[in-house]
Design a protein around this ligand. Sequence first.
Ligand code: ADP
Ligand code: ZN
Ligand code: ZN
Length: 742
Amino acid sequence: MSRYAQVIVDLSAEALDRVFTYVVPEDMEAVPGQLVTVPFGSRVREGFVVSLSDACELPPEKLKPLLKTVRAEPVVLPDLMALAEWMHIRYLCNLVDALRLMLPAQMRGGRVREKTSRRARLALSGEALEAFIEENRRAPKQLELIERLRGGDIQTAQLDAAALRALVKKGAVEICEDEARRTPLALRDATRTVDPELMPEQRAAVERLTAALESGGGRFLLHGITGSGKTEVYIRLIRRALELGRTAIVLVPEIALTPQMVAWLHGRFGGDAAVLHSALSAGERFDEWRRIRSGEARVVIGARSAIFAPLQNIGVIVVDEEHETTYQSDRRPRYDAREVAWKRAVQHGAVLVLGSATPSVATYMRAMPGVRPENRLELIELRQRVKGRPMPGVEIVDMRGEFERGNRSIFSARLAAELRKCLDEGHQAMLFINRRGHSTFVSCRACGYVVHCDHCDVTMTYHQTENALRCHYCGKVMAPPKQCPQCGSGYIKYFGAGTQKVQEEVRRLFPDARPVRMDVDTTRQKDAHARILQRFGSGEANVLVGTQMIAKGLDFPNVALVGVVAADLSLNLPDYRSVERTFQLITQVAGRAGRAEVPGRVIVQTYDPDHYGIQLAAAQDYRAFYTRESAYRRAAMYPPFTVIARIVYSGKDADAVKAAAKADEARLGAFLDETGARADAIQLAAAEAPIRQIRGEYRWQLLLKLYFKADLDTVEARMQAMADAAPEGVQADLEINPNNLF
Ligand code: ADP
Ligand code: ZN
Ligand code: ZN
């Protein structure tokens, strides 16, 4: 029996990012992955047992003992323990931060919800119970417990453990584990559905993937146009995995936005399916986690963090809509779920499937010839829509022409006419605009003054429903000015449209329309997404207005028209991926039309109709887009051909923030020279961040652009060390190829 345990203490601090050795008491059984309590300093802390040993180099009298196990079974399985160690190195995070991702929050910090799992109930009643009480007059603690249980079952965690044990032994109380689990809304009322017959391309895809599953795994990019039936391919593959006694994970960008995917998987897999994501209540999440851990649920559907689901013997990992930015965490540990999925798939000999109609440029590049085998994805394509349904016809409308003809509305004549026709025919429409609120900036016509947030370097957005200006970065709310604060004029005007304005215009121009809106503002409440989509799905609403929330995998058969109200919004962002994002958004949202019997039409409104991103999205030509975009990235030296590493400095004191960035610029420059890495650096510069202030904090950035072949690990480690050593009052965060460069 091992006498020593190496423990990671559950405290996040650089200085504690190492194992501490404890003695395992005689009467305790310790296993790796277990959550235990240990004496630490003058306090009791939780920790993870990472390994055990028989010998120890430290003098035994200096060691303290483990106190107790929080749960008997290991909470972190060996493969996840290894994954955490890999993340620790790959993402430069503390080991404990990686471990924390692997179990539901309420299992830690003594908040273990034992009460949901085990209840105590009286095993005796009537005379037998009275007799028992009489016989046990001398055991007041036990009697008190009996009295409490007379009022109904009680979670064991709330009862005195010794008294409970005695009562169970005597047969007066029994423990039951048949608790009613909290079923997430997404899984309620799902009906079991039957398999459709596969289309030839789907069948070929399933055959290729199952062959890989049966021969040690593989890594694939499933590139299927919108409506080509990718989900059905996942389902058949997972079915085979289950037959082979293996398990599966399906990652989706956001559960709330993909209720149909959840419903489909649940429809096919019933109680075998579990969902894991952040919008679940704490109790729901804990219950699902335990169902997975116990092997009862074998198919896990979830957002990013579901990649850490405690499944054993994984056969399939699917990352649906792999191009979505939500797979990359923007908090430490800054992991990329696609990369973790890759790692986990290799560990388990599983099949990894990245699926998308619009793969990210970086992912697609890995499916092209010339990539080293260990980094390579095998490309599988679905080029046809299910049942030979046509792709919707896409029309580009030049908004400059509308303006010249005197149309000041946000709807072009074409879009308005198509919307009229769509409604008259009893079909449904989706109107997409990637901006929430009503008007995006408020400005004085006399002097040009624009209302900005006091705390952030951004304009305030007008929200009509509350008649207020809101900052989308810090949430500050203010009343709209009646007079210009700068020149006093009364000519205050509202410019730019958001979702509220579009909804209002639909109401004004089409009194018979029944629009619903889906954006951050209408979906703050739990399950609000599902309710909005339900209203649209049932036909109660016939126009769905929304932000990118409506661009993802929605599948409504009656949608005949999709309108992209302002295609340029995402095009003009100061980010090298703005064209890619625009292409993805237009292609995805256009793909929502004409998915069943009703043929679809798409109208794209733009001020830049000749832009290749818009043209190629309208043509739904991914390959041409990729060729064009990757040539641009290569020429302009942007990722995936290079790596962007950036430290963002922020703080209340503008001078201190600037000084920190400047000092690190010099240090990093010297480091590059010393190590010879300078030759691999394309650009090194400290400058104000594109958004100079957020929440009253000033922002600077140190940006380093490197060739891909550079010794990244060393440079990143150096930058992380610099960020960790930022001066008092300055927050510094290292980001590698971040989603946003603002
Ligand atoms: P994608 O994710 O590729 O856009 P989906 O997986 O959403 O496509 O499938 C589009 C629609 O086609 C869904 O309603 C799905 O149920 C249906 N579908 C998929 N495969 C088949 C098939 N073989 N026969 C009939 N309908 C199918
Ligand atoms: Zn003015
Ligand atoms: Zn603000």
